[in-house]
Design a protein around this ligand. Structure first.
Ligand SMILES: [Zn+2]
Length: 389
């Protein structure tokens, strides 16, 4: 607050002096140079340690003319950045109400006021301003960017599409992935309303807009499966997972379910074998264990699990092994548990022992200064039972 007042005090004084000088000129220099009474009121508030009232008084006395528009804009900006949105709004509204503003100044004030409204969560008002700004042909780009944010918040996907296309034509940036997601949203809305043909059309558009849109492919597969077309659902999901393997853990359960709905267990087995070889650790191992139990029996499944545990132990594989071996005779069980010990040790050793309490950076050894966030003494040993291991 204090630094704001330091900024305002001389500006307000100068403005008061200018204003006084102008009026005295008009009044044939009858009263000579004088300072505005509002200025003294502000000073009075300041001396009484009422900085809020002081600021309001100084802002009130700042005359809006071509010399002080920049000051008003800077002040409004400052208030918004400090989170004092109401003050920022008052200043910018006051600016816009002045007829003397140039076209560029008015557009600048509209943009600022729109940003105040966004900050205050008054999206309806912000939308109107940004639409008006768009018509002025000034600051069109930030206006459109803000409109996209507003329409996304309101889930008005048709409007999002319209604005995104305008943005593309102005900036030359390609917003294809973004537009593809808007079509996905429209497809979901259409499906929820029972308009299957519309939904399908939007998905088609989503994919023609952005061929590799994982979400659109996923939705298309879900639509196909819901209509009993498991074969095409499997094909789409497999293609999607091949394009982007990071997406595999997300779609694998659906691929498995679709193979099972189709009754193609051999096809499922071939596919899971492929995934286990190419992408170990994404969850295909456990699906294959289930299938092996059904087709070859528990012993074959156990042997497969033991093999995978030896290659790359994981908590999920360990848990499944314990579940599988719970029904074993006692002697065999003791040997089995002994066999798990090295895997558990490997998993424990792979875990970081230290962690930064500030940024979450994980480390194997102690650092007094966190290598990630550079804070001191924020790295601590994790739980004592982990440390003992
Ligand atoms: Zn840190």
């Amino acid at each position: 607050m204090q630094e704001l007042l330091l900024l305002l005090l001389p500006v307000a004084a100068a403005s008061g002096w200018f204003a006084a000088r102008k009026s005295t000129r008009k009044e044939s220099e009858a009263r000579g140079c004088e300072t505005s009474p509002v200025y003294f009121r502000g000073l009075n508030h300041l001396l009484n340690e009422e900085p809020d009232k002081a600021i309001d008084a100084f802002v009130e006395m700042l005359e809006v003319d071509s010399d002080t528009v920049e000051t008003h804009l800077a002040l409004g900006n400052l208030f918004r950045r400090r989170g004092e949105v109401e003050r920022a709004i008052r200043i910018h509204q006051n600016l816009i109400a002045r007829p003397a503003l140039s076209r560029e100044q008015r557009a600048q004030a509209l943009l600022e006021l729109g940003q105040d409204y966004m900050r205050a969560g008054l999206f309806d008002r912000a939308e109107n301003l940004f639409r008006e700004l768009k018509e002025t042909k000034l600051h069109v780009k930030p206006a459109l960017h803000n409109l996209v944010v507003i329409y996304e918040k309101e889930s008005d996907w048709d409007a999002c599409l319209e604005v995104a296309e305008e943005l593309e034509s102005i900036t030359g940036d390609k917003l294809t992935l973004q537009r593809s997601h808007y079509h996905c949203e429209l497809a979901l809305t259409a499906r929820a309303a029972g308009r299957a043909a519309d939904a399908a059309a939007h998905l088609k558009k989503a994919l023609s807009t952005y061929r590799g849109c994982v979400r659109a492919n996923h939705l298309q597969a879900q639509f196909a499966a819901s209509q009993g077309d498991f074969k095409s659902a499997i094909r789409t999901l497999r293609q999607t997972a091949e394009q982007d393997a990071d997406f595999l853990p997300e779609v694998l359960p659906e691929i498995v379910a679709n193979y099972r709905h189709q009754g193609d267990l051999d096809g499922l087995r071939d596919y899971l074998r492929q995934v286990v070889d190419r992408h170990p650790g994404v969850g295909a191992e456990l699906a294959l264990v289930d299938l092996l139990i059904e087709q070859d029996g528990e012993a074959a499944a156990s042997a497969f699990l033991a093999e995978k545990l030896a290659e790359a132990p994981s908590l999920a594989l360990l848990l499944r092994s314990i579940e599988l071996n719970a029904r074993m005779p006692e002697q065999q069980s003791a040997r089995f548990l002994e066999g798990l010990r090295p895997h558990i040790r490997t998993l424990l050793e792979a875990r970081p022992l230290y962690q930064c309490g500030h940024c979450g950076f994980a480390a194997k050894t102690m650092h007094w200064q966190c290598p990630s966030c550079r804070r001191w003494s924020t790295i601590k040993k994790r739980h004592a039972c982990d440390a003992e291991a």
